[in-house]
Design a protein around this ligand. Structure first.
Ligand code: SF4
Length: 149
């Protein structure tokens, strides 16, 4: 699995310092590392928040399901396990994305299952991590599921 930096070129980024009045929209070239170093280099300030818009490098295609799976693995590892919907839900999200990635489950089954699972996680998770963990998969299903047709 490639990292984002290996797969994508950055089009531009909007970077905000901890003081929200300090914001920059920065044109970036290929190969720029997406770290707080970027903000420091551009503004001389620590990173508060950043929105980065990126696309595939010229002549390459990128699997958005691959990136979705990467993000779901992050949520699974970050879940502290305190509440069941997040702990088991994050595992199931990663499981379904991995199964879809390796063609072990039909897309239709995923389309039927993930929205229900996401709904439970959103209403029953204690903190924002569990409430947000399904968003990458829901986004993939809404905008990028043609990859698996
Ligand atoms: S929703 Fe928050 S509190 Fe609950 S398991 Fe996930 S990370 Fe822990």
């Amino acid at each position: 699995m490639n990292t984002i930096a290996e797969s994508f070129s950055v089009a531009f980024a909007m970077i905000t310092h901890l003081d929200p009045r300090v914001t920059a929209i920065v044109a970036l070239s290929l190969g720029v590392s997406l770290t707080s170093t970027l903000c420091s280099a551009v503004m001389g300030l620590p990173l508060g928040a950043a929105i980065v818009i990126y696309g595939a490098k010229k002549g390459q295609t990128v699997s958005m399901l691959d990136k979705t799976l990467n993000t779901l693995e992050f949520f699974e590892k970050e879940s502290c396990g305190k509440c069941v919907p997040c702990r088991l839900g994050a595992q199931q999200l990663r499981h379904f994305a991995d199964a879809l990635h390796h063609n072990r489950v039909p897309l239709q089954k995923v389309k039927e299952t993930i929205p229900a699972l996401a709904g439970v996680m959103k209403v029953a998770s204690i903190c924002g991590l569990g409430r947000a963990a399904s968003t990458p998969f829901a986004t993939w299903l809404e905008y990028f599921s043609d990859e698996k047709k």
